[in-house]
Design a protein around this ligand. Structure first.
Ligand code: BTN
Length: 270
């Protein structure tokens, strides 16, 4: 906790000139940092906030899955930012790009937003948005974007993997997850947070003013699926061909390029 607090203070110092109402909170335990920021959003549009928890009792992953993490062995936080971009397409990819670039040069992004290290899952991102009551009738109004991030610091051990409370998501994947300490020996959750937090805010603000197009090239340098055989969740086989200017995955199915958006399908290398 004390190590997280020291890093939280550095992050606040770095960001407050840019976002004067920015706050950083570190909690020993909460149900889910995403759930907490979404609750706050429903009560009114909150100010920009970074909420870090040492431990979550009801962490949530994508597609309605649970997210399990072990205190001291993982980093769990959510960043809440009020935003009003012209288009929301590509937002979650931007978060993944920013995190992957700043964690370690070996980290890759498996579309749409799994962080990968040496072909194994290192972490995940859950992006949610909430509008305050006045925004319901105004599509240009700011919404609170909640970017929730879970990163394994230590690789979950075999014993932990056998139980459902494994280090990287609810299901026990056939490939064991990775830990950042494999490539950054001795790294702490606080150090990992400090590597990524300010850059994540800057990249989200850049996205708000310029959209996803400017991030496309950055994605291509991190793209774990590029040129690989993939199978879409509807059973279609193809080859991944990067993303378009809106962050949709392009898949060559043999009968043309298919545009895949994250809400439609999941993709896994086959
Ligand atoms: C995934 O399914 O890969 C996304 C996992 C996101 C987990 C993080 S941990 C911090 C934040 N709070 C949550 O409840 N979920 C996200």
């Amino acid at each position: 906790m004390s190590s997280l607090l020291a890093h939280a203070e550095n992050i606040w110092q770095a960001l407050v000139p840019r976002l004067p109402s920015f706050t950083v909170e570190v909690l020993p335990e909460i149900d889910s940092t995403n759930s907490e920021l979404m609750r706050r959003a429903r009560e009114g549009l909150p100010e920009p906030v970074l909420l870090v928890a040492e431990s979550q009792t009801a962490g949530r992953g994508r597609l309605g899955r649970d997210w399990h993490s072990r205190p001291g062995h993982s980093l769990t936080f959510s960043l809440g930012l009020p935003m009003a971009p012209a288009s929301w397409s590509g937002l979650s990819l931007v978060a993944g790009i920013s995190l992957a670039e700043h964690l370690h040069p070996e980290v890759r992004l498996k579309w749409p937003n799994d962080l990968w290290l040496q072909e194994r899952k290192l972490g995940g991102i859950l992006v949610e948005t909430a509008s305050h009551s006045g925004a319901v009738t105004d599509p240009t109004a700011r919404r609170l974007v909640v970017v929730g991030v879970g990163i394994n610091i230590r690789r979950p051990e075999a014993a932990a993997l056998a139980a459902p409370a494994a280090g990287s998501g609810a299901t026990v994947s056939p490939v064991p997850p990775a830990g950042l300490a494999e490539v950054l020996v001795g790294v702490t959750a606080g150090e990992a947070l400090e590597r990524v937090a300010a850059a994540l805010v800057e990249d989200l603000l850049r996205f708000e003013s310029g959209g996803f197009a400017g991030f496309r090239q950055r994605f291509s340098r991190l793209d774990a699926l590029a040129g690989r055989a993939v199978r879409l969740s509807d059973g279609t086989d193809g080859q991944a061909r990067g993303v378009d200017d809106e962050g949709a995955l392009l898949v060559d199915t043999g009968s043309g390029l298919r545009r895949v958006t994250s809400s439609e399908v999941s993709v896994r290398p086959c």
